[in-house]
Each structure stands twice: as structure tokens, then as C-alpha cells.
Ligand binder design. Sequence first.
Ligand code: FES
Length: 149
Amino acid sequence: MNLNRRKLISWFGLGWLATLLPSSLVGCSEATPNASAPAAPESVAAAPSGGFKLIGAVAQLDKNGSLLSDDKKVAVVRDPQDASKVVAVNPTCTHKGCTVEWKAANKEYVCPCHDAKFSASGAVKGGPTSTPLPKYAAKIENGQVLVSV
Ligand code: FES
């Protein structure tokens, strides 16, 4: 009787192990969402590679003379030194934080608040600040303007 009880307990123990093992293995091998992993790209334009963010279309840039991101943290213009390239800056004025505006006629950003002036690449050209606008890497790919921010 004592031996039968031992056998019975050992069989139950093995049974538990047998029922838990497959679910444990599935739980370990199943892919879990990872917040730091990049999402699968929906299209080339929607998810540019290499940490670059889509700002807009080249056609829109050429039509308007400049592009401003929706959050107004990136401004892009054609490079005055080489029109086949684009230049991107943070358009927040380094004096007191107004948003600078691109003036194509003079190829410069002008601040509407206190008249600071900056080159296309953000260098100070005049006004009450001596701090340039932060510059970002920018490129054209498949008719899209991409900026690394
Ligand atoms: S905030 Fe731009 S010049 Fe003062």
C-alpha cells in the first residue's frame, strides 16, 4: 500500500510536469512585442531607413521654397551652394524662441520677433543672437526630403 501511494504520487508529479512543460516552452518561444524594436515599415516613404524622418516631398519643397515639419522643429531648404542638396535646421530662434521664416529672395532665415538673420545652414548673419540654429543631416531619397533628428 505504501509503495502504491509512492507510485501514485510520483505519477501525479510527472503528470504535472508533463502538462506544464509544453505551455512553458510555448511561453518562452513565443515572440513578445518589444517596444525598442523598430516597427515593420509600411512603405519606404512612411518609414525611412537610418533614423531619418520624412519631412515632406521634394515637389512641395520646390513649390513653397521651404518645408517646415508638423511640429515646427525642422525647417528644410535647398542648399544655396548646391541646389541638388537640402539643408535642415531647427527653426527655433536662438534669441528668445520665435520660429524663424525662410526668405528665399535673400536666401536666409529671418526671425519675425527681433530680426535675427541666419544662413540656410543656421549660421548667424545678424541680429541680437550669436548662437547658430542647430543643423541636422538631410537628404533626398525617392522624391522625399528626409532629416535625421
Ligand atoms: S526671438 Fe528671434 S530675434 Fe529675438
